[in-house]
Design a protein around this ligand. Structure first.
Ligand SMILES: [Zn+2]
Length: 299
């Protein structure tokens, strides 16, 4: 997995962008969330309830919740030498610390949520409800890079696409974290909800650049779908099929502005029969996340 150590600068760009994303969430009227994982993903199972923190300081707005926690960054060590330089740079640049700081200025939390990047020994990014933590594995970044490379991208293109997809995935994981921490009433598939939350943040909070992140993630889903055969386990998995995640991602973008993204339909990427329903689908998604997060926004 040389590409990452070779391209650590690009990774920094990625995560630097991530900081920008989270910065945008400082907008008082917004919500957010998201992670997405390409392979396996979140360990959202039984969470032996464990309250990590209690540093209450309420800000007393009607309907607003008590702020009893923060996003905190956990320092980690890398064991895989391939990821040492990336890890060192992320640590040195305090990428996660900056992101946490911006999130903390934006969101009220009922408890601490830990952020960490590390080598996990597996391709993954996940939210773990047991210790209330988001982990982004360097292996997933390398996997994304290789995925785009396998589709004919140059090193630079693959890095850029990887960077964008990483942002989408991080927001998907943040979505899991908020669903759990806020006990949000998600009535359908949580993986899909996290995807849509990420899409919504990217499109509404970030704008043009965020749309590129959704597109990059959609592209990754598409390439991944071409490279795998689906069996019973895959069909039973809680994640939607990559093909569905691809179309759903395009539907969110198209639905947010059908005129602007009409080429999705004219180029045959998004079937007309689905496209006509996307504006309404997107509007419902956006409204839902806005309402769910409203009580948890800081001024
Ligand atoms: Zn997930």
């Amino acid at each position: 997995m040389g590409p990452l150590s070779k391209n650590k600068l690009n990774l920094l760009i990625v995560l630097g962008t991530l900081v920008l994303i989270l910065g945008c969430m400082c907008d008082p009227n917004r919500n957010d969330s998201g992670d997405l994982s390409l392979s396996s993903d979140s360990n959202s199972e039984d969470a032996p309830a464990r309250d990590d923190s209690d540093t209450g300081d309420d800000s007393g707005k009607p309907g607003q919740r008590d702020d009893k926690g923060d996003f905190v960054v956990e320092s980690t060590d890398v064991e895989n030498p391939n990821f040492e330089s990336v890890h060192r740079e992320i640590t040195r640049a305090k990428v996660l610390e900056k992101a946490a700081d911006k999130l903390n200025r934006t969101l009220i939390l009922p408890h601490d949520i830990t952020l960490r990047t590390k080598d996990c020994g597996t391709v993954n990014a996940f939210y773990d409800p047991r210790d209330k933590s988001i982990t982004f594995c360097y292996e997933l970044m390398a996997h994304l890079f290789n995925l785009f490379k396998s589709d004919g991208a140059s090193d630079q293109e693959a890095n850029e696409q990887m960077a964008k997809a990483v942002n989408f995935i991080f927001l998907h994981e943040l979505g899991h974290a908020l669903i759990d921490s806020y006990e949000l009433p998600i009535t359908a598939n949580e993986e899909d909800a996290a995807d849509r939350c990420s899409s919504y943040i990217c499109i509404e909070e970030i704008g043009e650049e965020g749309v590129e992140w959704v597109v990059a993630a959609a592209e990754a889903f598409y390439i991944q779908s071409k490279n795998r055969q689906i069996g019973k386990e895959g069909l039973a998995d809680e994640h939607l099929l990559e093909e569905q995640r691809f179309f759903n991602s395009l539907c969110m973008i198209y639905g947010s502005n059908p005129n602007k993204y009409s080429q999705f339909v004219s180029r045959g990427l998004l079937p007309e029969a689905r496209a006509v329903r996307c504006p309404s689908e997107y509007a419902k998604t956006a409204k839902a996340w806005e309402q769910l997060l409203e009580p948890w926004r800081k001024d």
